[in-house]
Design a protein around this ligand. Structure first.
Ligand SMILES: [Fe+2]
Ligand SMILES: [Fe+2]
Length: 194
């Protein structure tokens, strides 16, 4: 699918702000893809669709989680976590986008997970650092993004967990798995889990 076609699909489904966020995530992800030798086409499509299901009704997302292979424990956690997994399924069903790497990047853009591919890391990071965002500690993460994508993703996951804990929110297991795995990589572990 071409970029313009993808943009035309998501635009009417998002608020203006969310659409502009999507464009900024896409631009950021493509830049990172160039730096880290990842397919810019995949970075583009994954980013454009990453919030594709952000505004689906909660009832519909719940139904999709209940009736497909998506893990049912998602329903025990905040509904903010549902739109990624649901979108990874819907882009295939509705637009025939079956690329596993793209689907995973969309699926895990909110939580991360263990053993993320470079494309997953890039979308996970781009969603967090896109230039429209501003909050304490973000500059440090932005500065790292073009130097070390693993270290950057580790910072994102650390900050996210800190934030959730400070706000007394529960934390989905994949968020911890991402943090643990990225910490292992930072300490010299390899991509094969050792
Ligand atoms: Fe999202
Ligand atoms: Fe997003």
């Amino acid at each position: 699918m071409y970029k313009n076609e993808a943009i035309a699909i998501v635009k009417p489904l998002l608020t203006r702000q969310r659409f502009e966020h999507t464009l900024r995530v896409t631009e950021t992800a493509v830049k990172l893809a160039e730096i880290y030798n990842v397919s810019t086409e995949k970075a583009e499509i994954a980013s454009i669709f990453h919030d594709y299901c952000k505004y689906r009704s909660l009832d519909e997302m719940k139904r999709i989680i209940q009736t497909t292979y998506l893990p049912k424990d998602l329903l025990l956690y905040h509904h903010e976590l549902w739109h990624g997994p649901v979108a990874s399924l819907m882009i295939e069903q509705e637009y025939g986008i079956g690329d596993d790497e793209i689907k995973a990047a969309i699926y895990y853009h909110t939580t991360g997970r263990a053993n993320m591919s470079d494309l997953e890391l890039i979308v996970f990071v781009a969603d967090y650092i896109e230039p429209g965002r501003s909050f304490p500690g973000l500059d440090e993460v932005r500065d790292m993004a073009e130097k070390d994508i693993v270290k950057t993703a580790w910072m994102v996951s650390r900050n996210t967990i800190n934030y959730l804990m400070e706000n007394k929110n529960r934390i989905y297991p994949d968020t911890f798995h991402a943090y643990n795995d990225l910490t292992r990589l930072l300490n010299g572990g390899n991509k094969f889990g050792q």
